[in-house]
Design a protein around this ligand. Structure first.
Ligand code: HEC
Ligand code: HEC
Ligand code: HEC
Ligand code: HEC
Length: 160
């Protein structure tokens, strides 16, 4: 079969569509990034993941217009990753919204250690402190509301 015929077969088309769907459902960072994305935490921390996924943090990117995603004004507080990664990815962040690692810090080291069966205390931030929140919850936010860490921090993923 020549190349054109292969590309036109139903099997190829289904495979191509399936691959696209998987990529969109579980976005993960490039392998060199210290950030792995919330999807990588899901299997081991399902209750935290499910609680977080119901929050506005998880959906924050959907509240920005296409225009607001451009230009680097808004994304530093509405996407996850290093400032350099977020700036480079502009309107199409690999890790959209406020994911686990926006508060807990980069999670590759912890995820790899835990996958190998040997997570160590200190390889990920256990309790993100107030300043982990106020880097976004501050008056540079065009929608700033007063922020109360003690009252709000238990709400970020309420696990029963
Ligand atoms: C392969 C399973 C696995 C993956 C993947 C994983 N974790 Fe964990 N995580 C664990 C285990 C097991 C512990 C308990 C470790 C302990 O008690 O020392 C833990 C502990 C933690 C803690 C508490 C740390 C502490 O010092 O007590 C946090 C916070 C955390 N994980 C967040 C995350 C985040 C965020 C991700 C994704 C970036 C993630 N984990 C990925 C298994 C995993
Ligand atoms: C990377 C930026 C960023 C960080 C870090 C961050 N937030 Fe937020 N937070 C946001 C944005 C953006 C929204 C608004 C989301 C929306 O409505 O689109 C928000 C909304 C909230 C809300 C309202 C959510 C709801 O579902 O009603 C609470 C509560 C909150 N943040 C608490 C915290 C706490 C506590 C921390 C730290 C432990 C924190 N945030 C860290 C950016 C951040
Ligand atoms: C907006 C910031 C924020 C986000 C996003 C966030 N967390 Fe947390 N996380 C916290 C804070 C603050 C605490 C400590 C207070 C608490 O337990 O609610 C915490 C506590 C935890 C703990 C318990 C650590 C311990 O043993 O005391 C785990 C595990 C955890 N988070 C995992 C996750 C995972 C997995 C995600 C993503 C699916 C996530 N977090 C998203 C802020 C955040
Ligand atoms: C300094 C960090 C920061 C920047 C920059 C930022 N935001 Fe936000 N944004 C937040 C936080 C935090 C919230 C949650 C409300 C609050 O407490 O400020 C939020 C909330 C929102 C909301 C939800 C509406 C609401 O009232 O909660 C929208 C929409 C939004 N931001 C759009 C934007 C747009 C558009 C830009 C760029 C022009 C932008 N943000 C820039 C941090 C930021």
């Amino acid at each position: 079969m020549n190349r054109t015929r292969v590309l036109a077969t139903p099997a190829f088309i289904i495979l191509a569509l399936a691959t696209t769907a998987v990529v969109q459902e579980t976005p993960t960072s490039p392998p060199e990034s210290a950030y792995v994305g919330a999807a990588a935490c899901k299997d081991c921390h399902p209750k935290y993941y499910d609680a977080w996924s119901e929050t506005k943090h998880a959906r924050s990117i959907t509240h920005l217009s296409a225009e607001d995603r451009e230009g680097g004004q808004c994304m530093p507080c509405h996407a996850t990753g290093t400032p350099q990664q977020i700036a480079a990815e502009s309107a199409n962040p690999t890790l959209p919204g406020i994911q686990c690692e926006a508060c807990h810090g980069p999670g590759r080291a912890h995820s790899e250690a835990a996958t190998a069966g040997a997570p160590k205390p200190g390889d990920i931030v256990k309790t993100p402190p107030e300043k982990a929140c106020t880097r976004c919850h501050n008056q540079n936010s065009p929608h700033f509301r007063p922020f109360f860490y003690v009252a709000l921090s238990p709400l970020v993923h309420k696990v029963k």
